[in-house]
Write a protein that binds this ligand. Structure first.
Ligand code: HEM
Length: 187
């Protein structure tokens, strides 16, 4: 009888000790997901009027883009726009679409991180997330499904930020890639 009482007492004692631990565990296991959806916006819960900022380190989209141009550029002509000629715009081509990235000379200018993509179509390297010169080529038909998706995401990223100044006409590209580029233009 006495031992039963002691057991109940020690159970209650240890149970009380466990309570704070359970509280902490619950707090950390039921916190909100890292990417809240529109309906799970924490502002709705708190009633805060503050705008939820998008969780990205990428620059914001450009809201005043010009209508896209359809000028034709050979790879040779496109090379003039690699940032090496002072006063000339800087162009980057993705899947044959040429974007004017002059506003980001600090990234695409000579000697800068992404100059490898300037004055050319370096689609394969963009898809592979590679900055190697040998990968910055226009033929992206070698990419696997995941890298193809990465490349498409870059095309969409650039489309929202930079003016389209034309398209690459490259007779040396395989017909398959030229067809894919044309499809991209129409989408
Ligand atoms: C340690 C690795 C890297 C870091 C820390 C990094 C960092 C960044 C940051 C912060 C931006 C945003 C710039 C902005 O939007 O203002 C950016 C943009 C970009 N990154 Fe990287 N990056 C890395 C590797 C790469 C690699 C391997 C590639 C190759 C494809 C790449 C290609 C790009 C491109 C094309 C942009 C878009 C620049 C623009 O026009 O705004 N990055 N990077």
């Amino acid at each position: 009888m006495l031992s039963l009482k002691t057991d109940v007492a020690s159970l209650a004692f240890y149970g009380l000790l466990l309570l704070p631990l359970l509280y902490v565990l619950r707090k950390y296991t039921t916190s909100s997901p890292s990417q809240p959806s529109a309906t799970e916006n924490s502002n709705e819960l708190t009633g805060s009027k503050e705008e939820e900022k998008p969780k990205t380190i990428m620059s914001a989209a450009n809201t005043s883009l010009q209508p896209p141009k359809d000028d034709e550029f050979t790879p040779e002509r496109l090379k003039d726009y690699d940032g090496s000629q002072p006063g000339k715009p800087i162009y980057v081509a993705i899947k044959g679409t040429i974007f004017d990235v002059t506003a980001k000379v600090e990234m695409y200018g000579p000697g800068k991180s992404y100059n490898i993509f300037a004055g050319k179509d370096g689609s394969r390297g963009l898809g592979m997330s590679s900055l190697k010169p040998e990968d910055a080529v226009p033929d992206y038909s070698t990419l696997d499904e995941n890298d193809m998706k990465v490349l498409d995401d870059w095309h969409s990223f650039f489309s929202k930020r930079y003016n389209i100044v034309g398209r690459v006409v490259d007779p040396n590209l395989s017909e398959a890639v030229r067809n894919m580029n044309n499809l991209q233009l129409k989408s």
